[in-house]
Design a protein around this ligand. Structure first.
Ligand SMILES: C[S@@+](CC[C@H](N)C(=O)[O-])C[C@H]1O[C@@H](n2cnc3c(N)ncnc32)[C@H](O)[C@@H]1O
Length: 404
């Protein structure tokens, strides 16, 4: 059997897996430069494009030698992120959303002597960071936790407020989470209704099934409206409550998607690429945001970014829907979450009641500008990137410099 025959066999054995990571080589099913050959006791993997090879004693090959990345997460706006960080001339960065490490790897490869603190709340992503840290000694510090746990994690690692040159948050879910049906994020693949990015790290954290089966109709409707911006929020909440009282608990992604489809048959929308989107898309988004407390987490992340960046340090945020983008935009425009949007600093000062004594915090809110935008407009992927990676289609990058 030829080299490509061996590779085909390997991927056949790893049913459905698209990419496998060895110590220093990423073997991808579709890469025409990746080969695999074997001698009596050894398996040799090599890629002429990565110019890397790996030889493994096949008699000792164990599952732990392979980091299976079911569908490799392709980093979005990779070069644009790199441009932001190279402009800082700094070396110490925090990747708040490590995922499969695409952005971290690009920073490590392109910024000499850089050090990355790599955070993720997902234990699978964290394990990839741990493995990468072994390959690149002293360049990565893997951190397992949520954005809101960062102050504690950074303190343990002796990172103090004002120490960092750049912070990246590439929000939302990774392909590894989305494509794994047991994680329960995807409505096109059947799996348990889970959606917890942290998996079992917090036994008290509700799963998507807990939300769907235990909340009352009014609360479900509110979640669908607030986090899914779903116009049919009341109707869909009512249908879920009726379905669970008629048929018992709703436990799988297909069951939930089916209930929603039965209430609004044929109500397929079109996404930004003109492809049909399932009527349950916004409901799945809403439940995921609720289960993972994503918007509060994002708000904390932006506060933490301000505290931990040096003056002049850069924060880059990539968002994938308008709820996230709105929060990022407000922070970068120094509009606090409890304020009316779109007020200029002058307008804010005019609105202050001259006869009242304000606290220092209130005055700071009105007069202190915290960030300076790096670009006038949001950065979006090129048509070419969208064509290569359709998941990038709704990405919006905003970058801002922390003011002193
Ligand atoms: C879009 S992926 C990042 C992909 C990554 N940039 C790459 O190139 O592979 C988002 C990641 O952020 C993580 N994440 C989302 N919210 C988080 C939070 N509040 N705290 C920590 N990690 C979070 C998710 O678990 C996921 O792995």
């Amino acid at each position: 059997m030829g080299c490509h025959g061996n590779k085909a066999l390997l991927f056949k054995l790893l049913k459905g897996v698209q990419s496998v990571k060895f110590k220093n080589l990423q073997m991808t099913k579709s890469c025409k430069y990746c080969y695999c050959s074997h001698t009596k006791n050894a398996l040799r993997f090599y890629c002429s494009s990565q110019k890397k090879s790996e030889t493994i004693n096949s008699t000792k090959l164990e599952a732990k030698d392979l980091v299976v990345t079911n569908k490799l997460h392709i980093p979005v706006l990779k070069n644009e992120v790199l441009d932001c960080f190279t402009s800082t001339n700094g070396k110490t960065f925090l990747d708040m959303t490590f995922g499969a490490g695409g952005h971290t790897t690009s920073l490590l490869e392109n910024i000499t002597d850089s050090h990355i603190y790599a955070l993720d709340r997902d234990p699978t992503a964290h394990q990839i960071a741990v493995d990468l840290a072994k390959q690149r000694p002293n360049r990565i510090t893997p951190l397992l936790g949520r954005f809101s746990e960062l102050p504690k994690l950074l303190e343990i690692n002796n990172v103090k407020p004002g120490d960092l040159d750049g912070i990246l948050m590439d929000l939302g879910t990774s392909s590894m989470q989305f494509d794994e049906s047991p994680r329960g994020f995807s409505l096109s693949k059947d799996g348990p209704l889970d959606m917890r990015m942290d998996t079992d790290r917090f036994p008290d954290q509700p799963t998507a099934a807990d939300v769907v089966n235990n909340l009352d109709e009014a609360d479900l409707a509110l979640i669908f409206k607030k986090y899914g911006e779903e116009k049919r929020h009341k109707k869909l909440a009512c249908s879920i409550v009726e379905a669970r009282s008629a048929f018992g608990k709703i436990l799988t992604t297909k069951e939930l998607a089916g209930i929603i489809e039965s209430v609004c048959p044929g109500a397929y929308g079109l996404d930004s690429l003109g492809r049909y989107s399932h009527p349950a898309t916004k409901i799945f988004q809403a439940i995921r945001i609720f289960v993972n407390n994503e918007l509060n987490e994002l708000n904390s992340a932006l506060e933490i970014a301000y505290q931990y960046l040096k003056p002049g340090g850069i924060c880059v945020a990539i968002s994938f829907h308008s709820l996230e983008d709105r929060i990022v935009k407000r922070h970068f425009h120094s509009i606090f979450m409890d304020e009316k949007p779109n007020l200029s600093f002058i307008q804010k000062q005019r609105l202050m009641d001259k006869s009242r004594v304000y606290s220092t915090e209130e005055i700071d809110k009105a007069v202190i500008r915290r960030w300076e935008k790096m670009y006038k407009n949001v950065i979006v992927p090129t048509q070419e990137e969208i064509h290569m990676n359709t998941r990038s289609r709704s990405a919006k990058l905003r970058a801002a410099r922390r003011l002193p």
